[in-house]
Design a protein around this ligand. Structure first.
Ligand SMILES: [Zn+2]
Length: 182
């Protein structure tokens, strides 16, 4: 929709965020990392690098490479916030943390279950953020972001991403790792 595009552009030009979108900067990343570590730090201990191409990628988005490195771009994460709502970017970070857990534990699932397990882990963080950190649930923003980035082959269909994000929210990370549905 033109209006939404225009709003996002205007917000970017002003260096401001939309009313319901967090500003993605270094402090947003370090705060989010420590929040996620509080829930998932027992499973993996990656460092989140902002705008540093830490995975050697050509274009910044969000990716985990190996157990210790998550590389993200602020523009990409800000667009998640602006398009899908407050804290959609935290879900993206928790999803990547899920991949760090997979690297740490040597989990290799066939497509799209590798990605859907990361969605599940991300969903579990939303419940944690709500119940332990006092955030309003950002499950709908997260589901919207996941559905929009569904590509069938690798990440699954929009409805699969929707289902596994909500399943992680409902069932928690332990079940994501031990009893992921097929
Ligand atoms: Zn992923």
């Amino acid at each position: 929709m033109q209006f939404i595009k225009y709003s996002a552009l205007l917000a970017a030009l002003l260096g401001a965020s939309l009313a319901n979108a967090a500003t993605v900067n270094g402090s947003f990343i370090s705060k989010s990392a420590s929040e996620i570590r509080g829930q998932l730090g027992g499973y993996a201990q990656p460092t989140i690098y902002l705008n540093q191409y830490a995975c050697g990628e050509r274009q910044l988005s969000a990716m985990a490479c190996g157990p210790y490195t998550i590389s993200v771009g602020s523009q990409f994460l800000q667009s998640q916030e602006n398009q899908h709502g407050n804290y959609a970017a935290k879900m993206v970070l928790a999803h990547e943390w899920g991949h760090s857990i997979q690297f740490t534990r040597n989990i290799r699932k066939s497509a799209p279950y590798q990605e859907l397990q990361a969605d599940c882990t991300g969903g579990s963080f939303i419940k944690y953020a709500q119940t332990r950190l006092g955030y309003a649930s950002f499950l709908e923003a997260a589901v919207s972001s996941a559905r929009a980035a569904a590509d069938w082959a690798e990440h699954g269909t929009p409805s699969q991403r929707d289902y596994f994000t909500r399943w992680g929210y409902a069932n928690g990370v332990t079940k994501c790792l031990s009893a992921l549905p097929r």
